[in-house]
Design a protein around this ligand. Sequence first.
Ligand SMILES: [Fe+2]
Length: 390
Amino acid sequence: MVNDFSLFPVPKIIFGNGKRSELSAVVKTFGNNLLILTGKDSFMKTRYAEELLDDLHRNHITFKTDHIDHEPSPEIVDGLVNKYSGSSIQVIVAVGGGSTIDAGKAVSAMLPLGEPVKEYLEGVGTKIHPGIKLPFIAMPTTAGTGSETTNNAVLSEIGTDGFKRSLRHAHFIPDVALVDPELTISCSQKQTAISGMDAFTQLLESFFSARNNNLTDAIALEGIIHVKKALKTAVFNGNDPEARAGMSYAAMLSGITLTNAGLGLVHGFASSIGGLKTIPHGVVCGTLMGVVNRYTVERLLKAGSGSTALQKYIRLGKLLSEADGRSDVDYAFLVANYIESLVEELKIPVFSDYGLKEPEIIKIAQTTDHKNHPVMFTWQELAEMIRKRL
Ligand SMILES: [Fe+2]
């Protein structure tokens, strides 16, 4: 049965190894005055940076370059907006991980307004963004957040009154996602693992989301199949172009599914933890994914066998385990088993590695939003889940 649905547009997607060579042509469709944002220095140190900047010169594109040091805060975005307002920038390209793309997306949205971005953040500010922005091209150098296909930019301010919240509008979906998997080859083993777990979580959470539809399910399953095929190889044999392409593809799909179906409890935790502690987003996702899915299956089983979510767990357990002749209950738990052994193999850190303490656990548990998770837990159960990953 096909239920009613609507779908946000996807950016123009240009996907494939070597496609970075098309950047100049893409930029020229929007203008000749470009701002390039990169991560701290990672991309600029690669051979690709020189090649790319030479090509822009050859094509008579004027550009300025700047960089983002950390996960973007409202202060960083406001700083960049002040710096470049009045400089006639016509198009922005962000080349980097999710933080860089989110920062670029926010700068492209705030340059026409020239106001503090905090006033427009969900759950923080009170103003509604009109959706006007400068043309924005996203070129991911990691395979994780899928920000190249999402309608939001996540900004955080860390501390006791901290937050990790989105600047969101349908118009903020990048104009072009230029996805060249070769750009992810320089990613370290650790970065590849945690980014990959973020993409995996996003695909899984949108698959189980209460806001899903037939199309988001199909896209999420396609992404999950590629995570299964490619993630371990991308981590342990980072030069494998096929595995890198598989993960870039999965991450890009996760952006489409999360924009349309939303996310679940793991990302609820990522918001509450991300506003309080500096722990990489992919670590929070990877480390909590197993326990959250195990508790979810237990809760669904207690409620009876008829739920759609439980049927989907059984289906996914079959797909991930490739095991024959198991009971439905076994298959449902095989999803959490698969995730837990993957987390073990990829050596995803635990919370004590970041000094998370008991009073913080309570605060996190009491402020975590379930988002579109298929079942609800008490805050005490949420605290238990975190303690299992201390
Ligand atoms: Fe995420």
